[in-house]
Design a protein around this ligand. Sequence first.
Ligand code: ARG
Ligand code: ZN
Length: 844
Amino acid sequence: STIHLADYTVPGWLVDGVHLTVRLAPHATRVLSRIAFRPNPDSPPVPFTLHGEDLRLIHAAIDGQPVTPVVTPTGLTCDTPRSAFVWEAEVEIAPAANTALEGLYMSNGIYCTQCEAEGFRKITYYPDRPDVMAVFTVRIEGDTPVLLSNGDPVAQGPGWAEWHDPWPKPAYLFALVAGDLVAHSDSFTTLDGRCVALNLWVRAADLDKCEFGMGALKRAMAWDERVYGLAYDLSVFNIVAVDDFNMGAMENKGLNIFNASAVLASPETSTDADFRRIEAIIAHEYFHNWTGNRITCRDWFQLCLKEGLTVFRDQQFTGDLHGHAVKRIEDALVMRNRQFQEDAGPLAHPVRPDRFVEINNFYTVTVYEKGAELVGMLKRLVGDDGWRAGMDLYVARHDGHAATIEDWLAAFQDATGRDLTQFMRWYEQAGTPRLTVTDDYADGIYRLHIAQTTRATPDQPDKPPLHIPVAIGLLDDTGAEVVPTTLLEVTEAQQTFTFDGLSARPVPSILRDFSAPVIVNRTVDAAERAFLLAHDTDPFNRWDAGRNLARDMALRLIRTGGGAPDPGYLAGLRATLTDDTLDPAFRALVLTLPADNDLTIALALDGTVPDPDLIHRVREDIRGAIACDLTDILPDLYAAQQVTAPYAPDASQAGRRRLGNAVLMLLSLTDDGAAAQAQFDAATNMTQSLAALGALLSVGRGAAAAQAFHDRWQHDRLVMNKWLAIQIAMAPPEQAVAITDALTRHPAFDWGNPNRFRSVLGTLAAHPAGFHRADGSGYALLADWLIRLDPVNPQTTARMVSAFDGLGRFDAGRQVAMRTALARIRQAPALSRDTTEMVNRLLR
Ligand code: ARG
Ligand code: ZN
């Protein structure tokens, strides 16, 4: 049942138009389809087949004559004319019984859909593949006040509404929503003067959480016009918030459907980080209108064509609005803490995979975030003008069509004349390249030697060299740039770059702005790192120097089983934290220690078996030493970050809260939580309240605050997710499993809801020392719940199975325990295809 990219064939039949009539009823919705088919002139004659799953076929006809197709669990085939014909079918489905949240389902009484990737086949029989694009007209009949579908509204009356989407689209972009919803409405006038109605549809109780999301949508619309010349193309843009959703949100044409957690915001209930994430997701889905919808993917192997590009665009948007330096650091952290881990384990796959069993298992940090990094590297290689020329050509060539990665790169090659043949390997080759960098200096000539290697990954033993853009700068001993940022193009396994006319040996600043998703190996002493932390003119590398200092120290302490932190690190930290010319958010990032995952990967790559308990303990020891060493500056630093102006989720206020709250975590180690308790009692926004609760929990003083928080927010679903999660995230490793287990018995734990499930079990899986208990109790608890969730919601289950991708990295005892847990999942009766594929990839 593995599907291979190499086996792609064009569709045998094309669709000229789709008419759907959907008669809503919770347990027996009827879907009537009328679809105009014609043979694809580019295909040899093939039998007529349609996808379809969990459908009860009531009746089918071709050109008005009843037919009896051969129906299987995955679709149907039927004898047809060899020329164009009209297919009609009536099927029955049961949205209220659909707990998998794919196809048409009900969330809290609201009918909604999720069709990407292959959910439309659970709504009606159809060629459910993205290279079949068609114009849809939809009539909805139902007794709810609001009836929505894609495109422009055509007509409506009591109990019905009709929609027409003039833009041809693949079935995965189909959407339908019906329910008792109210709108927060606004409008946007496009560059060419068209007025677009904007609606954010929510349940009445959530109307006060819409303003920010609406503003974010308008900012995104204006940005895409200004930066890419891409304007919206319908008379209305609808967004709907639903409580039950497998992912963050979905870019259905003209009718985006959002996980409520990815769109609803208010200062009292959302943190600064939530505001930032919500703005980015709204922008992301909106940007898909061009990169994804107008230009879609030929097949699901090309998923990164729309996702990598659209993530890149949402990253640019956030950087433009709130500052590029901090955004770049955060994006690099996602790569290092999550994507490098995926790339280093049994689930490693190329940005464009070449095989899959269930495509839903490939909506990964590799396809999305590494995919965005490839787009960013391409932009560096062709330059800003080449980038815009390539984008314009890509849009002009492929608008209205389904494209491939080859098409994408051809547009840039043709627009700029650059040869991107070698660059294409980035899309095909899994694994994180490691650059080994050495240097020498003599007679005014400085030479940088760069060697690249990528380890074998599943199915890919050999890794030819990649085309890697490495941005560097050279500094003199005062920190002045003797060579400003320069892009080196590494294309060979080993290469030397020469800089002459230098009067002294320079200090190199390598991989500026994280110009490629690689690991740099270079032996650097602490003094040079401290120099770069104080002087580097590239903000990313300045931050990275501090992070490398912390990392070298942490790895040394882990290897020696403990000891005292490095005085040079503490001095550098002190100088950075007290430098008020630096953005507080940047200082907060410098104060953040390398994550357990980051250290785990570093150890594993060097052949050391990582011990999660020891890693956790060393990190805690370092935090304790920092709190002690900086005890004279922390209270003032904390006080200086307090915001007295009314709450705004802007970068300047959020940066101060971020630094203040990072300091609060340290203060709590020395004041028994006094400052945190004071902040908790006085807090008037969720950022301050939740940070204070976290700090209290982290020092074991959070019980009363957690109860107060619960009592205040128990009516609010989104806040209760935070309440559940923070108790696990802040738990000491030896209590994390027991606390998780207890919370699964709490009345708030409605486990069929993906947000809830992730808040509890997902938070345990993300707590390295808590999840990887040596006794295997973390693995066993997660396995129990995944076995229970799989028959209800395979997608969310399969996604969380990836928590076991540390397999092969830890000691023998933990490996046995992980294998036992996975074997137990594999034996569960009627395990879904989604989860089966994940378990098999892990255990192979
Ligand atoms: N295309 C959506 C986005 O990038 C993701 C939805 C995918 N959903 C799924 N079930 N695979 O925002
Ligand atoms: Zn997307």
